[in-house]
Design a protein around this ligand. Structure first.
Ligand SMILES: [Fe+2]
Length: 58
């Protein structure tokens, strides 16, 4: 569920053998609120930003 002022996003935590290895968030490709999301905008590297931006195509 979206909440302001964040763009819609999904939190992910990856565990290997019970140990947290990665915590991140994924964003919806092309969503209009991405441009105003402070966390999303803080990812300055284009490749890193693209890696957490997903199409969610049916
Ligand atoms: Fe959140």
């Amino acid at each position: 569920m979206p909440y302001q002022p964040r763009a819609p996003h999904i939190h992910l935590a990856v565990r290997i053998k019970g140990k947290k290895e990665l915590i991140t968030q994924c964003y919806i490709q092309g969503h209009e609120l991405n441009a105003n999301d402070m966390v999303y905008k803080a990812i300055k590297d284009t490749k890193q930003r693209d890696s957490v931006t997903l199409g969610f195509d049916p």
